[in-house]
Design a binder for this molecule. Structure first.
Ligand code: MN
Length: 199
């Protein structure tokens, strides 16, 4: 599907006169290695947004990068969303401050039962994907596995689990309020204060 179609929901939820989030016009960014980003988002509830580039669009799920975590899928976001750090204005969808906590590239490690590589987008479609992150903070293998919630299985959710095989030092979930941006070194509070001053 062309990126313009997959971004329709993303655009519908936002008013680009009041939010500085990208509209997603630039589809030229995708390089040879797919990218990931982990943003910390101080919205109505604090959460991690974990985005993987798949088929040219960084996909949800939004979730926490460590251990066994529940990850809820979100609408597709534009590629350049991985560059977004700042404050989403009050009244806007997802209002609150965002920092880029970690970023890097990842390698698809998804295989079928016979050990043959399955393309990443297809692995996500099938509901089970393995990948190796090469970030500034996050390194190692993770798996995303889909399951269904609710009586009729109507809600889609994912589990994000770090592989035990590729461990090195065990990494712990950061305290989101103390965590620093991998780009600017700023905390959520500092980003919010700096943008307040700029107004
Ligand atoms: Mn978010």
């Amino acid at each position: 599907m062309p990126a313009s179609d997959t971004l329709a929901e993303y655009r519908r939820k936002r008013n680009f006169h009041t939010t500085r989030e990208p509209r997603g016009e630039d589809r030229s960014e995708s390089g040879p290695k797919p990218r990931f980003v982990v943003q910390i988002h101080d919205a109505s509830t604090m959460h991690f947004d974990f985005r993987l580039e798949a088929d040219g669009v960084p996909k949800g799920p939004s979730g926490d990068p460590y251990d066994k975590r529940l990850a809820m899928p979100t609408e597709d976001h534009p590629l350049d969303y991985r560059n977004f750090e700042g404050v989403i204005a009050e009244g806007e969808y997802g209002a609150g401050t965002v920092i880029i906590w970690d970023e890097g590239t990842f390698r698809n490690r998804s295989t079928d039962k016979r050990g043959r590589e399955v393309p990443f987008a297809e692995a996500l479609e099938r509901g089970h994907a393995w990948f190796r992150l090469n970030g500034s903070k996050l390194h190692g293998d993770w798996a995303l596995t889909r399951f269904r919630q609710g009586d009729g299985g109507e809600r889609e959710a994912w589990l994000l689990v770090k592989s035990r095989e590729t461990d090195g030092a065990r990494q712990h979930t950061p305290d989101p309020r103390r965590a620093r941006s991998v780009r600017s070194g700023h905390t959520l509070g500092q980003v919010a204060a700096l943008e307040g001053e700029a107004k």
